[in-house]
Design a protein around this ligand. Structure first.
Ligand code: KIV
Ligand code: ZN
Length: 559
């Protein structure tokens, strides 16, 4: 179906002198969490008072100074929650409780009752203003809708005396601002502002919600800048954003709205909220963080916050959700793994606050309490570097660079066969089964060595005599040879068997572990008579034996 006609494009904002496109975000806005109100309203099972209390404590711990705690006139649960917050002293001195209320007299009075004893409160009054709401929901003219707002403010003012001792500020939302004619939204907000009476010391919060997101982010920014330009006494007003995410642009709209002049942001953790959610405050805050701007919210243990959030709300977090999803710090693709591995290696020994430029990772996982372990995970898309990274990081095994492609291919084949991700232990099994546990065609049954001292003062070098019983393809051979070391003697002795003749063309070794648990890892590349080259690995508490085991492993290698 051609959508033209059934749907219409957003009406452009008549602004020509916009300044937002060349601005950047340089400081944190005022944040207001609406998890306990907007977020809660969107849950299949709204939170209990106990859950809300715990969630409130979490929000305080994160650093929110303004928290919309509910709609106290809407239900007993909401009202009781408010009372418990106040009566049980849950609210730190520097935290302001925000309460939402429709512009209707009996609801306003009930909301005031809930505020008794509260130190600092924001009374958040709203009425819906868009053409569709005016027409279908209220069947009222523009003037009548404006009057609802003005009457609401009058009522709030008349109730102020009921809450002596509470410092009350006003927030007004022309609900459905995003679909309201911009000049009409301004007209109502001017009327509200005038009715309330503002000053620089007593600013009004004008909250401009994208109740339903319906424009491009640049168009939204235009509407915010236009509003900021035209509202009178701009310095007596806090412009607040309350983005929903219907087009999946909540974060972008909020960020451009900040460039356009907004001072304050309302949103929910991990984007919970009606339909496609409220603005994801974590996302916006950590976007700032990765630009070097302190968001003034603490997400240094994002996993713990996510676990609490899931427990309170019953919502899941998609594994690809920015900054928090299970997979957002994980690379499966070989080229990504390689770049990450090199970037991470370059950071070894550097201070934690050193400039972060690891490819493919926009933030240091440690900054949000995530570990490096899961950064590289292995499936059939992964490359040589990934499997080597796991072996090094999880098992301390550093195979030589030239050997990594061989191992990478073996792991890739195993993942392809399994048709799934391989766990580190499975990757280790591939390594062990390929190089450490093989006993055929070559198996050493017995080995002994004798050290032959060179004659004192002579040039005759030290020698090692090695005696072996081996099996080659199931047949036993007793062999012996001298060499300048155990490995050399072993290689010479092997010439007396039907095993292919070979030379050692590469040798590496390192130790793993500490103290009495230390063992040696040896890696050899042998070149056989026919020119073919294979790698072998040996592991032993005895360095010499590790080298011999590596040659055995190479001769047993089935690539
Ligand atoms: O989305 C919205 O418009 C709201 C208002 C009540 C602010 O939640
Ligand atoms: Zn909302």
């Amino acid at each position: 179906m051609n959508p033209n006609g059934k749907y219409r494009p957003f009406e452009p904002i008549p602004i020509t002198n916009r300044t937002w496109p060349t601005k950047t975000i340089t400081k944190a806005p005022l944040w207001c969490s609406v998890d306990l109100r907007d977020g809660n309203q969107a849950l299949v099972n709204p939170m209990s008072v106990e859950q809300k209390l715990e969630f409130f404590d979490l929000l305080v711990k994160i650093g929110f100074k303004e928290i919309e705690v509910g709609f106290p006139s809407a239900s007993d649960t909401e009202f009781n929650f408010m009372r418990r917050l106040i009566e049980e002293n849950h609210v730190p001195e520097d935290v302001t409780l925000q309460v939402l209320c429709q512009a209707r007299e009996h609801l306003i009075k009930r909301t005031f009752e809930s505020l008794k004893g509260c130190r600092n409160a924001i009374f958040h009054l709203y009425n819906s203003t868009s053409p569709a709401q005016r027409k279908y929901t209220f069947n009222k003219s523009k003037e009548e809708i404006k009057q609802i707002a003005i009457d609401g403010i009058r009522c709030v003012k008349s109730c102020l005396s009921l809450s002596e001792g509470t410092n009350i500020r006003l927030e007004y939302s022309p609900e459905s601002f995003s679909t309201t004619e911009i000049d009409y939204a301004l007209e109502i907000c001017e009327a509200v502002k005038k009715e309330w009476g503002t000053s620089r010391e007593n600013k009004i919060i004008l909250n401009l919600p994208t109740t339903v997101e319906c424009a491009l982010p640049n168009q939204f920014a235009d509407s915010i800048e236009y509003f900021c330009q035209h509202i009178s006494n701009r310095d007596e007003v806090i412009i607040s954003l309350h983005n929903h995410n219907d087009r999946g642009e909540g974060v972008a709209q909020c960020e451009l709205g900040l460039l356009a002049g907004a001072d304050r942001v309302e949103g929910c953790l991990f984007g919970n909220g009606e339909r496609t959610g409220n603005l994801d405050i974590v996302n916006v805050a950590l976007n700032m963080y990765t630009q070097g701007v302190d968001p003034q919210l603490d997400f240094s243990d994002i996993q713990a916050i996510a676990e609490d959030y899931k427990r309170f709300t019953g919502m899941e977090i998609h594994p690809r959700t920015p900054y928090v999803g299970e997979l957002v710090y994980t690379a499966f693709s070989g080229s990504h793994q390689d770049a990450i591995r090199k970037g991470m290696a370059a950071r070894v020994g550097k201070a934690d606050n050193e400039y972060w430029d690891v490819p493919y990772l926009p933030i240091d996982p440690h900054d949000v309490g995530r570990q490096y372990e899961g950064i590289i995970r292995i499936n059939s898309q992964s490359g040589k570097g990934g499997a080597a990274f796991i072996m090094e990081q999880d098992y301390g095994i550093s195979m030589p660079k030239a050997m990594q492609p061989v191992f990478g291919n073996l792991v890739k084949e195993a993942a392809d066969k399994a048709q799934r991700e391989l766990q580190p232990a499975e990757i280790f099994d591939v390594f062990e089964n390929t190089w450490i546990k093989t006993k055929s065609p070559l198996n050493i049954i017995e080995i002994s060595e004798r050290h032959l001292e060179g004659e004192r003062g002579s040039n005759v070098p030290e020698q090692v005599a090695t005696m072996l019983t081996i099996e080659w393809n199931g047949k036993r051979y007793a062999i012996a040879a001298n060499g300048n070391g155990p490995l050399d003697a072993f290689v010479s002795a092997m010439k007396q068997t039907p095993a292919p003749k070979f030379n050692i063309t590469s040798f590496h070794e390192h130790s793993v572990g500490t103290g009495s648990d230390t063992y040696a890892m040896s890696y050899v590349q042998i070149t056989k008579e026919d020119g073919s080259q294979v790698w072998g690995v040996g592991k032993s508490s005895n360095v010499g034996r590790a080298g011999i085991a590596a040659v055995v492993s190479a001769l047993n290698f089935k690539g």
